[in-house]
Design a protein around this ligand. Structure first.
Ligand code: ZDP
Length: 380
């Protein structure tokens, strides 16, 4: 086996067994079969090692434990990280590689990261911005981290602008399929997943659809949050944007939504004709929304059929927004425009939304598709 430019951690016997022309040799004792197996896979021979590398920073054991855990989860950051700690020995060879799987929910697309072995997202918001770039990165509306929550799971997400929202509807359907992929599980299967907006229950169905219990909508002005009212609900309130007075209703699904069916006293909306790129950011950054907002522009086809376009907080115009579809059905019911059970047409496809009277929860049903997998170098 060619050992050129490889780090060999082991005993002389091991070195001679491999023909001894490695670029670095560090004496030590055997460490553990998994690390050895991993080392061979990763072209770093750990044979018989416990190298006393640098007492001031990380000890050898930490390095190898980190290396091993990197593999155990099937994704995450690869072994190369170990080299950082060898800086002093081998000079800077710091390169982190991320393995990911790309999923989408009716065109709302996400870079899925297996983060099961770390209690914090393993990439930074700035790295998420770079990875989401559709020209110079992988491309996506966000990065989703699948993490542990004791016996259950947790989802965290960075928008494509690097901000962290509380919840995401299309993304959590992708989480259901991705967890089944990781667990090699098949439908019917259900998951309880913790988000910054609380626990969600995901049902993976045999017809390939995912039904999510999204919990109750939040309607109090302070819960959205919005300054459009000091207290109480915000329904059909005037909002001046770009010199025009729009009529809006505000709903939180853990994340903020401003829903409009058109200007005050105006006709209904023709959403396809909207200058979304122009007005979307004006709604998102409006002073009435201290945490910014997602904005749904809705056209009523019938009392059980609604059509929308969305300008997402931290992601712009997307093909779909699941929490937005849930929020707009609540707004439509509140404004007396629709029934509690609706089909919502989004640019990327339809979702079935039910605002159930019995438990006041919203149930969102729709698809989630795997697209491809890969790995990407994250740089220093
Ligand atoms: O609240 C926000 O900042 C949203 N951009 C989060 C993402 C929402 C999502 N599009 C959804 O489907 O709910 C993922």
């Amino acid at each position: 086996m060619a050992l050129r430019n490889q780090v060999l951690l082991g005993n002389r016997a091991g070195a001679s067994a491999f023909g001894g022309d490695c670029s670095l040799f560090l004496p030590g004792k055997p460490l553990g079969t998994r690390a050895q197996r991993l080392a061979v896979q990763r072209s770093v021979l750990l044979w018989g090692a416990r190298a006393n590398l640098d007492s001031s920073s990380t000890s050898a054991t930490d390095l190898f434990t980190e290396a091993a855990s990197g593999r155990a989860g099937g994704g995450g950051v690869k072994l190369e990280k170990v080299f950082d700690s060898f800086d002093g020995v081998k000079g800077k060879a710091s390169k982190r590689t991320l393995e990911f799987v790309k999923y989408h929910g009716i065109g709302n697309d996400f870079i899925m990261v297996n983060n099961l072995n770390s209690s914090e997202p393993i990439i930074t918001p700035a790295e998420a911005v770079r990875l989401c770039d559709r020209h110079t990165g992988i491309g996506g509306d966000g990065v989703i981290f699948v993490m542990r929550d004791n016996d259950n799971y947790q989802m965290r997400i960075y928008n494509s602008d690097g901000t962290e929202p509380e919840m995401c509807g299309n993304g959590i359907r992708c989480v259901a399929k991705y967890l089944a992929e990781i667990e090699k599980a098949t439908a019917p299967k259900s998951y309880k997943v913790l988000t910054l907006a609380g626990y969600m229950i995901l049902e993976l169905r045999e017809d390939g659809q995912v039904c999510v219990d999204m919990g109750p909508p939040y309607l109090e002005a302070a819960e959205i949050p919005t300054k459009l009212a000091a207290r109480g609900e915000v329904v059909k309130a005037p909002l001046v944007v770009d010199g025009k007075t729009w009529q809006v209703t505000c709903v939180s699904m853990g994340n903020p939504h401003c829903i409009t069916f058109g200007e005050e006293g105006g006709e209904g909306l023709n959403v396809d004709a909207l200058p979304l790129e122009q007005i979307g950011p004006l709604f998102e950054h409006h002073e009435m929304f201290p945490a910014r907002t997602n904005t749904e522009f809705v056209e009523v086809i019938s009392r059980t059929h609604l059509k929308m376009r969305v300008w997402e907080r931290g992601a712009g115009a997307t093909q779909a927004c699941g929490t937005g579809a849930c929020a707009l059905v609540v707004a439509a019911v509140k404004e007396g425009r629709a029934e509690r059970n609706c089909t919502v047409d989004l640019p990327g496809g339809p979702l079935e939304i039910e605002w159930r009277e019995s438990d006041n929860h919203i149930y969102m049903t729709g698809p989630a598709e795997r697209v491809f997998q890969g790995s990407v170098v994250l740089g220093n």
